[in-house]
Every structure is written in C-alpha cells, then in structure tokens.
Design a protein around this ligand. Structure first.
Ligand code: ZN
Length: 568
C-alpha cells in the first residue's frame, strides 16, 4: 500500500469527544470515525486491526472444535417473551416493528436465537457436545455510550455457545474456552487477567471475566500479588475472622448518648470523636417481603449480592422509611441491633468488636459500648462486606491489591437456564428427556483492540504488537523526489511484499518530520528510513517503534532482516 493512496486521515489535535487514550489515538491515527453516539465507522487501518483480532479468535475457537455460524441481528420478540427477557431488558434493547406490526429487536445477545435453533434440530445425546460461535454486531442502547469502542451502542462481539449432555461435559467446554481465551489475549499482545466474577444473586454457577488492567477501566479488581487469586470487587471473598475469646472484663456499661441530627457514620464519628471502625452500621432490608437487618463495620460496605446468597431470597431491597420507622421506632439513621426484634445477619468483622457504637432505635440517640454476646445476639455471621485493597488474600498469606480493569471477555456456565425456558432437550441413552446443559463465552472484539492500545502506547502514538498491527512495516524515504532514495525504497517495498510482509511505502511529498510523526502515531512496529547520509554508505536505517532502537544495515540485508523481525 502506498501512503498517498491510503485512506487514513490523521489528526494532530486530540479530539474533544475522546476522554481516554485508546479512543483519542484511534481517532487521531485515522482508524475510526464517530457516526452517532456510540456508533462508529471503521476506516481501513482500524478495520485491518479488527479483522486480525477476529482471525486470532477464529483460529482458537476452531482449535477447540468451535464451528462458526452467523446468527441474525434482527430477532423476533416471541423468543424473548419465552425467556421473559423482552420485559427484563428494558431500555437497553433497540426495538423495532415491521410493516405487519410484528415486534423485533436488534440483538443485544444471542442466547434465545441459538437455543431456538438447537431445540428444533438436536434430539439425541449422539449430537452432543456441540460448540457454535459467531462474530457479529451487537446492539445495546446504553444510557451513556463513551470511551470509543469501550462502551458503544453498536459493537462487534465473538460469542460461543456450548451444548452438553451433563455437568462434566459443560466443565470441559468451560475450561476449553477459558484456556482458548488465555491464548487469544496473549496472541493479541495484551495482558488479560482471568478474575472470578459474580454470576448473579441466585445459583452457584461459576464465571470468569478476563480483565485488562488499565487506569481507564470501569471495573474494580482485587488481586493477590503472591498467588493467582483475582476477583471482581463484587465477588472478592473476605476471609472469616477467627473469633477471639473476648475478655468481658473490658466490656464497659452501655450508655445512651443524645446525638441530634447525627444519622450517618460520618456525622456520628465526628460527633463522638470515634473512628468508623468503632461503629456498627445496621441496615434494614426487605427480603422476600420479610424484614431483616444486616450489620457491617462502619468503615465497610455491605455487598448485597453476598447478603442475598446468604439469605437465599428471591428479592432483596433496602426497607423504605416507613418500615424502618415501624421496626425501630426511629427515623432512618438510628437503627441498632440492641432490642431490634428481627433476624440479624452480621459480617464476620463484627464478631471481634468491643464496645461498639450502635444506633439507639430512638430518634437522635446512639448507644456506646455495645457488645455482641452481652447486649445482642445475631442469627448468623457470614461474609457480607465488599472486599477492599489491603484485605488478606483468601487463598494465601498475601494481601489484596486493587486495580482498575477493562473487561474484554467472559466465560459463563449457564446450565439449563435457557434450555429449560425454551424447551431445548435431548434423549439420553436410556431414552429419558433431559435439558441441554449450556455455557456461553464472549469476547468484545473492538474492546480488545481498545484495551491493547491502553496497554501499548507512548506519547507519540500506538505501539502495536506485531500480531495485530494494521501493517508490519512502513518505508519512509526522507525525500521521495530524490531518485536514488525513491528507487531504493521501491525495490525494498517490492521485495517485502513478495516476502509476504504487510508494508506501506510513504511516497508522499511531505517533510520528513510529518512522515515520522504519522508513522509513530499509527504505530507501524518497524520503520525503514531511507536518508541521504546513510545511503551514501550504502545503508538504510531500521527503527523499532516500541523501543526506538535503531540500526543501520546494508541495503541488500534489509529485506532478510525485516522478514526475520516480522516472523519473530
Ligand atoms: Zn494470594
């Protein structure tokens, strides 16, 4: 490709619409243009990168016996009614109506469509296992599309669905996908960490998210620097605290304190001159229409997903003001465990607190020196709080570190959720009808590209890994008008093309500075510079984009050397 013909309009200025570096660089390098909020046109260089990532994904999916299909973007509403998700999806779903008033959506995901396909064709255990995948556009009407390809309304996903006879088969499919994902991200040149994630409030199904650690990430991850443990903050386990034998001689008498207007932890610590970790927060919830209270330390955050799992309830929500008033006899902010006649669930950290500050169940009143065992008892202690950086690792003696992450992929055991709802079953060896066991496995293609840039850039532009660079090499003659430079450049260009190297020749009549800037911005891994000084000695210069490492080589050796670099 000749640069004079390549459609890659580069920008010198950072566009105002772009907040994060990957978005800025994709716009500046002429890879992407915005059509509407969260909807983009991929220009030639951007599309080449997308296609390379797709090809890596395809190879790895095929290697685990995935078979590629292409499911429709437009999906009939009826299928979504069968699983109940037509209503559940809410405003995030793009909906449309055809000329006969039939309802459709633009697929936000494809579980319904693929399960409906399978249910009419797969009848026998002999047809299983089956792993089908596609690379397709997805649509979600995000409230706040942002960060370019990170959170768009139209985006490209690879999704695979596995269909197995039993849990053992699902386990094999799950781990095959998991390891394929490790290979995919490695080949794309991005460090993605599998983290344990939460699969929702009900059910023990396991799921992992693949997170690229980057400051621009929207998710919070906790990981252990000393072992493999890593989890989404919602899922991170907090170790049970061994309850120490408390010396009751240290218990001071409970005292009632007038605390006018101090209803938050911040206000009460200020008023009583105590630390948040000396206080107990009492949060009143309605769980399946019954009131319960959850106790966490003042400096901790309650994790509702953990609480819901412990309770095993269908619905869980914070009680309304009226209910709280009825139960505690006080307005919101003064609830406490002493004398509160509903089931109390305490986080592990409560067990070793001595002389704690609690709400007084009376307006403008708190109690100090509350002690579990002496003044109140609890129904159950459990892991109820959100993990935090500095927490002990649940797997080893290390301590967790917090980082921001970009979710680029997820593997998920669905079990029979969709096969039951859509009646996708098979007959086993004994002729018994069983629901098909499913898993689903997604990768955000555009998001992976953006994450690669977040991890691989410098002040001058993108530093593409060779595997997904739009082109491997750019040849820059300092002056294209110089006949000797032009003829050497052309000769190298032709030989590299013949050797199968993807190469761009910058044949523009521009100043060298402009050409170098564009080459760095776009991020060609290798630059071959043909300048008058070195050419006098029969040499050209090779510069590595990432390290800026530079060597001069005789003209005749350049092609072999570059081919070696590309292949390595
Ligand atoms: Zn650890």
């Amino acid at each position: 490709m000749r640069m004079s013909q390549l459609y890659s309009p580069t920008l010198r200025e950072v566009p105002a619409e772009a907040e994060i570096v990957s978005h800025q660089l994709m716009l500046r390098a002429g890879m992407l243009r915005r059509s509407a909020a969260g909807i983009y046109t991929y220009l030639p260089l951007g599309l080449r990168v997308i296609r390379k990532v797709e090809e890596i994904i395809r190879e790895e999916m095929n290697a685990i016996d995935g078979q590629e299909v292409l499911l429709p973007i437009i999906q009939p509403a009826e299928l979504w009614h069968e699983t109940g998700r037509w209503a559940d999806y809410g405003d995030e779903m793009f909906r449309l109506v055809d000329r006969n008033n039939r309802e459709f959506c633009l697929g936000p995901t494809h579980e319904e469509i693929i399960t409906a396909l399978i249910r009419s064709e797969v009848r026998s255990y002999r047809q299983l296992p089956l792993r089908l995948y596609q690379i397709q556009n997805r649509y979600r009407d995000e409230i706040r599309p942002r960060f370019g390809l990170m959170r768009g309304r139209e985006f490209i996903m690879k999704d695979m669905y596995s269909f197995d006879r039993d849990e053992e088969g699902l386990d094999q499919s799950y781990w095959a996908a998991y390891h394929a994902y490790e290979r995919i991200f490695k080949r794309c040149g991005v460090l993605a960490r599998p983290v344990e994630a939460d699969s929702g409030a009900i059910g023990g199904d396991i799921t992992h998210e693949f997170m690229v650690l980057a400051d621009s990430g929207e998710d919070l991850v906790l990981y252990c620097p000393d072992c493999d443990y890593a989890a989404n903050v919602e899922k991170a386990e907090c170790r049970p605290i061994e309850s120490q034998a408390k010396d009751s001689a240290l218990f001071k008498p409970v005292e009632e304190i007038h605390t006018p207007g101090s209803s938050t932890i911040e206000q009460i610590t200020e008023f009583l001159k105590v630390k948040p970790e000396d206080c107990i927060k009492t949060l009143i919830y309605t769980a399946d229409d019954k009131p319960i209270a959850a106790l966490v330390r003042g400096d901790h955050t309650l994790n509702e997903i953990k609480l819901q799992k412990v309770l095993g309830c269908e619905t869980l929500e914070l009680a309304d003001d009226e209910t709280i008033h009825k139960l505690t006899g006080a307005p919101v902010g003064f609830a406490g465990p002493i004398g509160l006649d509903i089931p109390l669930y305490a986080d592990y950290s409560i067990t070793n607190m001595i002389n704690a500050v609690v709400g007084g169940n009376k307006q403008d009143t708190h109690l100090v020196n509350a002690n579990l065992g002496r003044d109140f008892t609890v129904t159950q202690t459990a892991d109820l709080r959100e993990g935090e950086p500095g927490d002990p690792c649940p797997r080893c003696e290390g301590h967790l570190v917090g980082a921001r992450g970009i979710e680029v992929g997820q593997v998920f055991k669905l079990g029979t959720k969709y096969s039951s709802a859509l009646n996708a079953s098979f007959l086993d060896e004994s002729g018994k009808e069983c629901p098909i066991i499913m898993g689903c496995y997604g990768i955000g293609v555009g998001r992976t590209v953006a994450a690669v840039i977040e991890q691989n850039h410098d002040k001058d532009g993108i530093c593409w890994p060779m595997s997904i660079a739009p082109y491997h090499v750019i040849i820059v003659p300092v002056s294209i008008k110089d006949q000797e430079q032009a003829s050497v450049a052309n000769a190298i260009y032709n030989k590299l093309e013949d050797a199968g190297v993807e190469v761009v020749l910058d044949d523009r009549n521009e100043r060298p500075g402009v050409k170098f800037k564009d080459a760095d911005l776009i991020g060609f891994p290798i630059r071959v510079t043909i300048g008058p000084k070195s050419l006098k000695q029969g040499k050209v210069e090779i510069t590595m984009r990432r390290t800026k490492e530079q060597i001069a080589l005789p003209v005749d050796d350049v092609v072999d050397h570059v081919v070696k670099l590309v292949k390595s």
